[in-house]
Design a binder for this molecule. Sequence first.
Ligand code: NAD
Length: 473
Amino acid sequence: MRITVIGSGYVGLVTGACLSDLGFKVVCLDKDEDKVKMLQAGQVPIYEPGLKELLSRNHAERRIRFTHDAQDAIEHGDVLFIAVGTPAQEDGSADLGHVLSVASMIGCHLKNFKLIVNKSTVPVGTADRVRAAVNHALKQRGMSEDMFDVVSNPEFLKEGAAIDDFMRPDRIVVGVDDGIHREKSQRMMGDLYASFNRHHSRTVWMDVRSAELTKYAANAMLATRISFMNEIANLADALGADVDHIRRGIGADNRIGYSFLYAGCGYGGSCFPKDTQALVSTAQAHGQHMHVVSATEQVNERQKTLLVDRLVQRMGEDLTGRKIAVWGLAFKPNTDDMREAPSRAVIKNLLQRGAQVMAYDPVASHEALQALQLDCADQADLLQNFTLVEHDMDALVGVDALMILTEWKNFHNPDFQAMKRSMRTPYILDGRNLYNPEALADLGIAYQGIGRRNELIHMDIDPVEENTSALNA
Ligand SMILES: NC(=O)c1ccc[n+]([C@@H]2O[C@H](COP(=O)([O-])OP(=O)(O)OC[C@H]3O[C@@H](n4cnc5c(N)ncnc54)[C@H](O)[C@@H]3O)[C@@H](O)[C@H]2O)c1
């Protein structure tokens, strides 16, 4: 069985690399010619741990290749994965433009039976629309409409741990519908993932619509856990409780578990924000309202402004003349993905208030600059006050505060004494709860985490102006 993956982004490349590593002959297609050239030259356009090594090994062994040629790609695969983007539209619904244009393209090149596997996250009913688009193209060519089947196989990988997630899946969701190809499609999907089912079956078989909805339900549930904990954290702040104790206290309950219970400065990324929006929009289109998911989104939007609000409480609305360091730009560690990263909203907000921002990220600097240029396109001069630095400590020189927005491992154990010496005001706003508030209080560093008894810890901290002048003296 040969594989074609259409769309060579985070999901497509990981899928292609992992399947080639399992011995399949894989062709990855992308419409972006520059991306294809990079991949052919052995470069990887995204940062994902282990991906470069996996691709170069399988490329060298001729199990994977990259192309821009649709006909070549469609002819190659018995299985055609669709792994193109499904970004949010203005109204929150998923933009299916890429998926449907791939479907038409498949219909234009189909010559014999192919199994079309939809890996993109798509609203319920998309498989039917893919089927219709392929059929339309086939009909125009005067070809039979029975030459293919469409199944749903949503992807659950996490950026930053994508290879491991793909190679050791908790479950593989496959949606197959009744029809003349059902048996064949099910057998092909079974063969495709047989390596993961040797010990016990990880495949959860269902109908296509349920599979499509499963992906949205999973992301909405995870996002809801985060927003729930953020609300608990904000309440903990008001009450003088510590959300980290609460996290351990509830996570120990088997019915709840420890995952996705970390309070922070909001979730971002290419999936949670757009998938929760799309779910709300799908429900609306069917006369339903997703109350919980809508609240999850609202809480997240508010959470993204929390750190700047705290800074403003101390320094006033106008941050002109203030220098603020930011550690962490990517939406999460181990990726350079800046899609919907909270850092974008935070940095734009700081710049609009007149602050100077010194930012550091171990891998996402280039992508961050591009994202901010986009965000500030209508106020380009804002970026004059934005500086990217190459080392974490370089961001701290003479700053009034440090904001931590991504929990990169190398931020876990910094030299606090050196930080204190470097900063004009030793003040850390920790959007990822990396540090021990008591330990930092002992070091004389003002510290505000998310839900970490901030008010109690800060009762004895001087106002910013006095603190600043004392340190300057
Ligand atoms: N990124 C994740 O963590 C993740 C996880 C699970 C599911 N998903 C879902 O998977 C899908 C893909 O996400 P992604 O993050 O990999 O997107 P991405 O933007 O990184 O990659 C999409 C790729 O598809 C290419 N493309 C678009 N139209 C094309 C066409 N007509 N022909 C060939 N190539 C085309 C683009 O050039 C791009 O390289 C989305 O639906 C997303 O929601 C993403």
